[in-house]
Design a protein around this ligand. Structure first.
Ligand SMILES: Cc1cn([C@H]2C[C@H](O)[C@@H](COP(=O)(O)OP(=O)(O)O[C@H]3O[C@H](CO)[C@@H](O)[C@H](O)[C@H]3O)O2)c(=O)[nH]c1=O
Length: 342
């Protein structure tokens, strides 16, 4: 297969990170060909991809990655030369309510992709050349209660059903590298943020609740720490890892912005207070809406990644300062987000 004729199969491309990646990728490589397979769950929307919908090299397939026939058909219909597997159930709170869809999509779906990619790429004689890039999370490493960071050798210690399903998928992906010599790579990023993220995640929850003048729920004591990464910085890292990452290696990706949840909520409220005073109505400050609520079960205390491997090998570093990224994100929700738009 001529490389320029081949398609990149992006799974879960209608989700937050996947859709940002497709837009980034097509802007960087205007001649690249992309097939996006997405189940369009509550968390995905083709609305996220309006700007590329008519791109001649972009194709959308509405299907579930756990559906073997559908995945097989995609590999038959398109000359797939690489896979980036974003498709996942991703919200920790939902996984605590019910783990089944997490195991199904994140583990079984990954298995279906691996098996079909292996079969087709073996038949085509490109098994070692075709890349399978699996998108993972820093949550697989567990929770930090000191000031250290997770590095790529940190043993997996997932603490909730979501992260357990992601750790399981990572192990399965690696096993296909060891067993069949597949050209796999895994990336594990810290918390992403940016325009068009689903309302269920912390930053959109803060902004959307503030704009509706609803209480802003902060779990527990609000001192849990997350490391924030602007989604476009993540996409640039993924592009590098997909093209330059060593087979069988894992790469951490962090934004370097560690914040306690409560401090993040205050920061966002201050942006709203300063930039959108007309949205305050009778409120003194959006901060008045911050409300401590019952803690998440098994709430991981802190995530932070050591990503020197990626920075050293590929010269990546985040370019969007958190202040700017947050302002842009808030602006997007103020101007473009409507509760019915997804
Ligand atoms: C939704 C919500 C969350 N929280 C807290 C829980 C966490 O400490 C923090 C961030 O919560 P979430 O936005 O749900 O994200 P978190 O659990 O860290 O997981 C995210 O980040 C992970 C990467 O670290 C991804 O793998 C997950 O898919 C993604 O959902 O904010 C609140 O205090 N109030 C809330 O309403």
């Amino acid at each position: 297969m001529n490389k320029s004729d081949s398609y990149l199969l992006v799974t879960g491309g209608a989700g937050f990170i996947g859709s940002n990646f497709i837009k980034y990728y097509l802007s960087q490589y205007p001649h690249a060909k992309v097939v996006n397979v997405d189940k369009l769950t509550y968390a995905g929307s083709t609305f996220n991809l309006e700007s590329v919908a008519d791109h001649p090299n972009y194709h959308f397939v509405h299907a579930d990655i756990t559906d073997e026939k559908a995945v097989d058909r995609i590999f038959n219909d398109y000359p797939i030369g690489g896979v980036i597997n974003f498709a996942a159930e991703s919200h920790v709170d939902r996984s605590i309510e019910d783990a089944s869809s997490f195991v199904n999509t994140n583990v079984m779906g990954t298995m279906v992709l691996l098996q079909i990619a292996r079969k087709v790429w073996t038949e085509q004689g490109i098994l070692k050349a075709a890349r399978f890039h699996h998108i993972s999370t820093d949550e697989v490493y567990g929770s930090l209660d000191n000031d250290e960071k997770f590095h790529e050798q940190t043993p997996y210690d997932p603490r909730n059903p979501y992260s357990a399903s992601k750790a399981g998928a990572n192990l399965l992906v690696k096993s296909f590298g060891y067993t069949y010599g597949m050209n796999i790579v895994i990336s594990s990023s810290s918390n992403n943020y940016g325009p068009s993220q689903h309302e269920e995640k912390l930053i959109p929850t803060i902004i959307s609740n503030a704009l509706r003048h609803n209480p802003i729920p902060i779990y527990g004591d609000g001192k849990n720490i997350r490391e924030w990464l602007y989604v476009e910085d993540h996409c640039r890292a993924l592009d590098l890892i997909f093209h330059q990452g060593q087979s069988m290696e894992s790469y951490n990706i962090g934004g370097g912005n560690e914040l306690k949840n409560i401090d993040l909520a205050v920061k966002i409220c201050e942006i709203l207070d300063n930039n959108y005073p007309d949205r305050k109505g009778s409120l003194n400050s959006f901060k008045d809406l911050i409300t401590y609520t019952e803690d998440r079960l098994g709430h991981d205390r802190r995530y932070a990644v050591d990503d020197r491997k990626l920075r050293g090998a590929m010269g990546w570093q985040p370019v969007v300062a958190m202040e700017n990224g947050l302002e842009e994100t808030v602006e997007w929700y103020v101007n473009q987000w409507t509760p019915t738009s997804r």
